[in-house]
Design a protein around this ligand. Structure first.
Ligand code: SF4
Ligand code: SF4
Ligand code: SF4
Length: 286
């Protein structure tokens, strides 16, 4: 019987240059694997692979040198060890994330939780081409949100609390956007210059900034054959309901307008950013 290489690839088994050997891509959400999963992967790589794994550029793990005849056994043993295989081809890929506020002092949002929610909702969904989500916890952008088809960056909306402020001047120096001015008796915030980085709130020794966490979304990033930076077309979003409504609209746009094998960015460029923005803004407004 002919081997269905497409089905194997769709399920994460990618053909190697060596005949009938496959590098198996595993499902990793937000860059995290627990100790039990790591043990399972280690055992499988020794038993069925060549005793090593490859770490991909998008927080993925691959086990090279799986034999064609071992595919089903590998899948079953991975599953019983709590490890799932990943996907390839035209669908939503691995959701990547930095450490975020669970671990990193600079984090504005819980990237782990959001990665899991996005993965549960969209992972593997079929689309005209691959689609990548990436989540970074703050403006330092360690995860490089704008490289992704849909990037999420954590930020804060800030508000000065006059009664708590000692006019020490720390936040004025911390703001890299020149959005804060200090007078003899108050702090002035220029919201037009503020990029929601939250450095003022994080640096204030007297907790004199109220800070509300939120999500800054970028659309149409790609960093392969075509290199383009994702564009932010909405203000900061403070609730997950709106975030998912907007993300749903982005995928609907991709499905509706893109030609087969056309990347999200290319589809937006061809159809027009004005059309894209109007559909995304309608979803944002609800
Ligand atoms: S992007 Fe921010 S939250 Fe994420 S790891 Fe970097 S500094 Fe920490
Ligand atoms: S850092 Fe805090 S206390 Fe100091 S001037 Fe800014 S808001 Fe006021
Ligand atoms: S959030 Fe960032 S840009 Fe906005 S005022 Fe504070 S430090 Fe400046």
């Amino acid at each position: 019987m002919a081997v269905d290489y497409k089905a194997l690839k769709d399920g994460g088994f990618m053909r190697q240059v060596q005949k009938n050997r496959f590098s198996l891509r595993l499902k990793v959400v937000g860059g995290n694997l627990n100790a039990e999963q790591l043990l399972t992967i280690s055992e499988i790589s020794k038993k069925y692979g060549d005793g090593y794994v490859h770490l991909t550029s998008r927080q993925g793990v691959e086990i090279p040198f799986i034999r064609l005849e071992d595919v089903e056994a590998v899948k079953a043993e991975l599953e019983s060890g709590g490890v799932n295989t990943s996907v390839c081809g035209p669908r939503v890929r691995t959701v990547t994330a930095c450490q975020g506020s669970k671990i990193c002092p600079s984090g504005c949002i819980d990237t782990y939780a959001l990665a899991a929610e996005i993965s549960d909702r969209y992972f593997g969904r079929e689309l005209p081409h691959k689609f990548k989500f990436g989540i970074t916890g703050c403006m330092n952008n360690c995860l490089k949100a704008e490289e992704n088809d849909l990037g999420v960056k954590g930020g804060y909306t800030v508000e000065w609390i006059p009664d708590a402020c000692t006019l020490c001047g720390v936040c004025t120096k911390a703001c890299r956007e020149g959005a804060i001015t200090q007078t003899d008796n108050e702090i002035l915030l220029d919201k037009g210059k503020c990029n929601n980085c939250g450095r003022c709130a994080k640096s204030c020794p007297f907790h004199a900034w109220k800070s509300e966490p939120g999500y800054l979304l970028s659309f149409g990033g790609t960093f392969g054959n075509l290199i383009a930076r994702g564009e932010q077309v909405l203000p900061i979003i403070h609730d997950k309901e709106t975030l998912f409504r907007v993300a749903d609209a982005a995928l609907v746009f991709f499905d509706k307008y893109a030609k087969p094998s056309e990347r999200f960015r290319v589809a937006i460029d061809r159809v027009g950013w004005d059309t894209f923005k109007s559909e995304i803004k309608a979803a944002y407004r609800g």
